[in-house]
Design a protein around this ligand. Structure first.
Ligand code: THU
Length: 144
């Protein structure tokens, strides 16, 4: 099921807006993310840093956790906006994104990557970013 171009554009706009709330005093690297839940709702996230650096949470995971906390159980797409050049999600975020995609797998998951300077996002599939992912099937369970 393809996502409408207008919805993709809105997802990128929401991720761009989410950057403005970034709490990144240590890196100065403000990231915004927005996930599209299967209900059609969009959830924003931004990176939240900490003086004990390791507790920092990325924008992508913040957005996913917000969606799940609101009752979403699967996501269709994610948009990420970073300082230039556009950056792909870190490994931890890829794994967390995969967990919420694997339940339905109705369509090729879309990862939209843009920078503050780019007007058109790059389009990736999560499977290309995280081949041979570990998930429920690795535990001998059906996808949740
Ligand atoms: N960051 C994200 O929010 N998403 C990513 O995919 C990569 C990195 C954040 C974490 C940290 O606050 C800053 O960017 C620099 O690594």
């Amino acid at each position: 099921m393809a996502i409408e171009p207008a919805v993709e554009q809105r997802l990128v706009d929401e991720a761009r807006a989410a950057r403005h709330a970034s709490y990144s005093p240590y890196s100065g690297f403000a990231v915004g993310a927005a996930v599209l839940g299967t209900s059609g709702r969009i959830f924003r996230g931004t990176n939240v840093e900490n003086a004990s650096y390791g507790l920092t949470i990325c924008a992508e995971r913040a957005a996913v956790f917000s969606a799940v906390s609101a009752g979403e159980r699967a996501i269709e797409a994610v948009a990420i906006v970073t300082p230039a050049p556009p950056a792909t999600p870190c490994g931890a975020c890829r794994q967390v994104l995969w967990e919420l995609w694997s339940p339905h797998r109705r369509s090729e998951p879309t990862v939209l990557i843009a920078s503050v300077e780019s007007s058109q996002p790059d389009r990736r599939s999560l499977a290309s970013l995280l081949p041979d992912a570990f998930d429920a099937t690795s535990l001998g369970e059906p996808p949740h």
